[in-house]
Design a protein around this ligand. Structure first.
Ligand code: ADP
Ligand code: MG
Length: 443
């Protein structure tokens, strides 16, 4: 169905003006087709209104005219509001207000240096953030933090914001996700308020821009961001950027942005080591009124390893289970409650799911997974997907080859060996793969 959406965007894109085209390509997420209804997600009401007035009539016409054949069964178009990517642990952890913090100028009061636990997996990033916060705009500019999901990037970035506000009174600090930046840009464009937009973003002393990988493929927003970046940078304003991977690995990010980012300091956060996981658990246990046995904490630290967010989610899940059902907390109980986190194998991961997730991660189309193309931009993700299929399913090399467009088992073997080698040689690549695995298992 994603193909259909692509076709819609292409067809409408040709017909509509630049603004409507931008809205469609950059601010609307296709939610699928079900029971004759096509679902579109937008992240705020302003964009929802624009979509309703500027896009829907054209989309309806496409359906009526049967321009895009696959749309014939559709009778209704539905628009829903959806916050960007929240997963299980997030929904447990975030009070409704938390998301406001992320979507506004405000910083989440929880995310300070004082509440951040430093260990060998994040100490470089932590030290860099401290230095930036001490002398914003002076030492490391831009400052780029990257690492897998749930490892503390947003926390550290916001800690810089808090610290700057506290230590340097009068500094204008702004935290924004690149998705929010995109939406604001599109709204400003649509409403003819670009002047206000420029004023807002060029009047900042410390710009914290989160999840920059979201800008992949959004050419016009990238261009706008490039100008914002240059304007701030030339006036020695601090720019801090977070991403789930290093700049050079963000597909479809303009070279000039990658170059700018790489000129500053880049720091990575790696998967949490055992000491860090234990320290976080101990802190959470201290904060709760319950006494937890050291065997229970040890069991959790040993088994929930991929991210701090997941660890926090696991802890909260155990606590909720205990207080709702009044069951004593012991290793058996924890093992049962956390079964799907600890042994995700019980959920069936398929080659198809892996292909879908890897294609989305690298912004290539699902059909590239089975295509004959040897272009690096598709061949490499395909090799990663083969490796993951070997790791996460019980399929044989030959079966894996089959599901990737009838490739030979030796091709699969070569791909697995190559990816394994890269994982061993490059920690940040390992982090990217770990976080992909986590995303696949959470699906
Ligand atoms: P990311 O932005 O890398 O996906 P977050 O910054 O949102 O991750 O972190 C996820 C959760 O884990 C947050 O609640 C954060 O406070 C917590 N967290 C991550 N790393 C640490 C750490 N080193 N010390 C304390 N809390 C942490
Ligand atoms: Mg984050």
């Amino acid at each position: 169905m994603e193909k259909v959406w692509k076709k819609i965007v292409e067809t409408l894109g040709k017909k509509l003006g630049k603004t409507a085209n931008d809205i469609l390509a950059e601010a609307v997420v296709f939610g699928g087709v079900k029971n004759g209804e096509i679902l579109l997600y937008v992240s705020n009401k302003i964009i929802g209104k624009k979509v309703e007035s500027e896009i829907l009539p054209h989309l309806e016409k496409l359906i009526v005219d049967k321009t895009v054949e696959e749309l014939s069964p559709i009778e209704k178009i539905k628009i829903e509001y959806k916050e960007p990517g929240k997963n299980f642990a997030d929904s447990l952890l975030c009070s409704p207000n938390d998301s406001n913090y992320e979507n506004d100028d405000y910083l989440n009061p929880k995310y300070t240096f004082e509440t951040f636990v430093s260990s060998s997996s994040n100490e470089f990033a932590y030290a860099g953030c401290r230095a930036v916060a001490l002398q914003p705009g002076r030492v490391y500019n831009p400052f780029f933090i990257y690492g897998g999901v749930g490892l503390g990037k947003t926390h550290l970035m916001q800690a810089i914001g808090h610290s700057c506000r506290n230590q340097h009174k009068g500094l204008k600090v702004k935290y924004v996700t690149s998705e929010q930046f995109t939406n604001e840009y599109i709204s400003a464009l649509g409403e003819g308020k670009m002047k206000n937009f420029h004023k807002k973003y060029r009047n900042i002393d410390v710009l914290l821009i989160d999840d920059i990988e979201f800008l992949a493929g959004k050419d016009r927003t990238q261009e706008e961001f490039f100008h914002t970046f240059n304007d701030l940078f030339q006036r020695n304003k601090q720019i801090v950027i977070c991403s789930d991977r290093p700049p050079s690995r963000i597909q479809r990010l303009e070279d000039r942005l990658v170059n700018r980012f790489e000129k500053g300091l880049m720091v990575d956060i790696q998967s949490p080591d055992y000491e860090l996981r234990m320290a976080i658990l101990n802190r959470m246990a201290d904060g709760s009124k319950l006494k937890l046995g050291s065997d229970v904490l040890k069991f959790m630290a040993e088994n929930v390893t991929t991210s701090i967010r997941l660890l926090e989610g696991a802890f909260i899940r155990v606590m909720s289970y205990h207080s709702l059902l009044n069951k004593p907390i012991d290793v058996n109980m924890v093992e049962k409650v956390l079964q799907d986190i600890i042994r995700p194998g019980s959920k069936k991961v398929t080659a198809g799911l892996i292909q879908k997730m890897v294609a989305a991660h690298f912004h290539i189309s699902l059909s590239d997974m089975a295509s004959k193309s040897k272009q690096k931009k598709v061949a490499f993700p395909r090799q990663i997907a083969m490796y993951l299929t070997k790791e996460l399913t019980d399929l044989s090399l030959a079966q894996i080859g089959d599901s990737f467009g009838g490739r030979d088992h030796s091709t699969v073997m070569y791909s697995c060996a190559k990816v394994t080698q890269l994982i061993m040689a490059d920690n940040s690549f390992k982090g990217e793969i770990d976080s992909l695995i986590e995303k696949i298992r959470e699906e």
